[in-house]
Design a protein around this ligand. Structure first.
Ligand SMILES: Nc1ncnc2c1ncn2[C@@H]1O[C@H](COP(=O)(O)OP(=O)(O)O)[C@@H](O)[C@H]1O
Ligand SMILES: [Mg+2]
Length: 355
């Protein structure tokens, strides 16, 4: 149940700076997902915490500076992306490894391995070798090995990415249950936005070695701070607005030439700059043109693209003003290419982004 603080952490490989001043804090027992595209520095961040790569800045665990603590004394539990099990050791020996390195007694090791075999439902697999296990079973062994030393922090590097979809979803639930049962602080790296939103207490979004946004899954999805977050996590329509006037803390803006929208004045960029606004496809209402449901609609257009996906329909509408907008329609109404439609949205579903 450790408390972890990173302050202004920088890491480089040769001349290339890969982490450019990362600051974050994990509360005891918090499950935090690190989300970002491939190459943004996620694995490097875990390696910094584990003590495998040098860095500038500070790492503080439970109030103690770890900057001079070598990797083998940090007591971090790590699950690597490719599991990295020892191929010539059995399941039990793999799980026992960290305890043996720490010189624990035979009896203590046996009892701990038993506990973990039970926790991860590895039942009768103790004497098998990694090559005799399925991907899902290897994943459990890697997790058991990481947990064996009762680590301060559990560091997981895309641990589920090698599993097929169904198994991955089962393991997500299980991983979350184990993390909560043990109350262990965990940092979970993924490039899968659904996984991050589904599992984490909070999500950190990293872009090119810098944190773009930290927040609960709900914050991140409903209030993305910039274009990158708005389009990397879910889909977004981004419309440029222009401010007409400011009154009573509200900026009165227009989008698509003449559609009014109000945003908090504090979200305005410096005068003269366009204000990008994010509107999620599921927040866009669509109705047949000229129908009774057109009251309160904001723009007219033509359906360019319509895909039926069972739970919903995805539409791309070319607005008469010249922009294309995406909509996600749940319900019985069906639209087809070429349909004339009216579209609209509510002001509370419009999120101003940083330019
Ligand atoms: N050992 C290394 N030597 C040089 N460059 C590296 C090394 N490891 C990673 N990099 C580079 O650092 C950047 C971040 O890598 P990484 O942390 O692995 O990203 P992620 O895990 O988000 O995909 C990438 O551009 C990668 O090519
Ligand atoms: Mg990686």
């Amino acid at each position: 149940m450790s408390h972890v603080v990173l302050r202004n952490v920088r890491a480089r490989y040769g001349a290339t700076e890969v982490l450019k001043g990362v600051s974050l804090e994990l509360a005891p027992s918090e499950f935090m997902a690190v989300l970002g595209p491939s190459g943004c520095g996620k694995t490097t961040l875990l390696r910094v915490i584990a003590g495998f790569v040098g860095y500038e800045g500070e790492l503080i665990v439970d109030g103690k500076s770890y900057d001079d603590v070598p990797a083998h004394r940090r007591d971090m539990g790590i699950v690597f992306q490719d599991y990295a099990l020892f191929p010539h050791k059995t399941v039990s020996e793999n799980i026992a490894f960290g305890l043996r390195m720490r010189g624990r007694s035979r009896a203590e090791i046996d009892s701990r391995v038993d506990d973990l075999v039970r926790l991860l439902q590895l039942g009768s697999l103790g004497q098998r070798f990694p090559s005799e296990l399925s991907g899902g079973q290897q994943q459990r062994v890697a997790l058991a090995r990481a947990l064996a030393i009762d680590p301060k922090v559990l560091l997981l590097d895309e641990p589920l990415s090698a599993l097929d979809k169904k198994l991955r979803e089962e393991m997500q639930v299980e991983l979350r249950q184990i993390q909560q049962r043990l109350g262990i602080t965990a940092l979970f790296v993924t490039h899968d936005q659904d996984e991050a939103l589904a599992l984490a207490d909070r999500v950190v979004v990293i872009e090119k070695g810098m944190i773009t946004q930290t927040g609960t899954p709900r914050d991140i999805y409903s209030r993305p701070v910039n274009r990158f977050v708005a389009t990397f996590i879910g889909r977004s329509n981004i419309l440029d607005a222009r401010c007409v006037r400011v009154a009573n803390g509200q900026a009165e803006c227009v989008v698509l030439g003449s559609i009014p929208v109000r945003i908090p004045a504090q979200d305005l960029p410096p005068a003269g700059e366009a204000i990008p606004l994010s509107i999620r496809p599921e927040s866009v209402r669509v109705a047949p043109a000229g129908a009774a449901g057109n009251a309160g609609m904001l723009a007219a257009g033509e359906v360019m693209h319509a895909v039926y996906l069972g739970t919903h329909q995805e539409l791309r509408v070319a607005l008469d003003e010249g922009t294309t907008i995406e909509a996600r329609i749940v319900g019985r109404e069906a639209f087809a290419c070429g349909d004339r439609v009216a579209v609209g949205w509510s002001e509370e579903d419009v999120t101003p982004l940083r330019p």
